[in-house]
Design a protein around this ligand. Sequence first.
Ligand SMILES: C[S@@+](CC[C@H](N)C(=O)[O-])C[C@H]1O[C@@H](n2cnc3c(N)ncnc32)[C@H](O)[C@@H]1O
Length: 270
Amino acid sequence: MADDAAIRAFEQAGWQRAANAYEAAFAPATRPFIPGLLDAANVRAGDAVLDVACGPGFVAVGAAERGAVARGMDFSAAMLNVARARHPSVPFDAGDAEDLPYPDGNFDAVVSNFGVHHVPNPVRALRQAHRVLRSGGAVAFTIWAAPAENIAWKLVFDAIRRCGDIAASRAPPPGAGADTPDDCVAALEAAGFTRTGYLKLTALWHQAGGRELLAALRSGTARMAASIEAQPLDAIPAIVADIDREAAVYRDANGLAIPLAAFAAYGRKF
Ligand SMILES: C[S@@+](CC[C@H](N)C(=O)[O-])C[C@H]1O[C@@H](n2cnc3c(N)ncnc32)[C@H](O)[C@@H]1O
């Protein structure tokens, strides 16, 4: 059974630590999915939009660029500092995705880019999204596809499995309920949403090589960082070499162009 307090504490500490590195290290993997996410929530000019687990705020800014009245919210003070410094014209609030600090019926759209699967109980977070939406409002959120098609993760997990210790991480097991697109649809329906569905989205993540991919995930994430940091130091060269060997097929003149895949799940409140 998930230990909600342990998951929350682990995630908060991890994202606090990653905040300053996030834009350069990990945002190049998450930002390409923002247009698809905003489309899945049908975000339009004039909409009141909430970006949950906003990190440095790129989704809220993307919504504002469409003419929406957007704000972001995150539980990491360090992420909020980055967001406020980076985008002074957009409001960013402190709060927890499972206990949104907004009144009922306040938004036309609630979106979250790679946020919902980090909370201890995704259905609880989606019930909160449902509560703060107006009737007719839309929710959409992205999750990563399984490593079989989300190749950056596959490269790293396979290399750790072959050359390191895949069980070494001391991170608490994640909360369940938003691991697959079908899980996400079930979670949306459990939270009261209708007209649910999902889309698959793809992108490329450019990295010079295996060492740089590992460094980006180590400095810019929470759970993946814990797995990488837990590897014996003397296993790292073999892990890097394994990634470079397996990634050779994705190499072009500029380095690696690694396929990423995600799902945007969506629903409506009526
Ligand atoms: C992978 S980052 C995504 C950031 C941003 N949405 C983006 O696309 O760049 C995950 C974010 O979720 C936030 N987060 C995780 N659990 C949260 C919770 N329970 N409440 C609020 N924010 C949370 C973290 O602080 C972090 O900023």
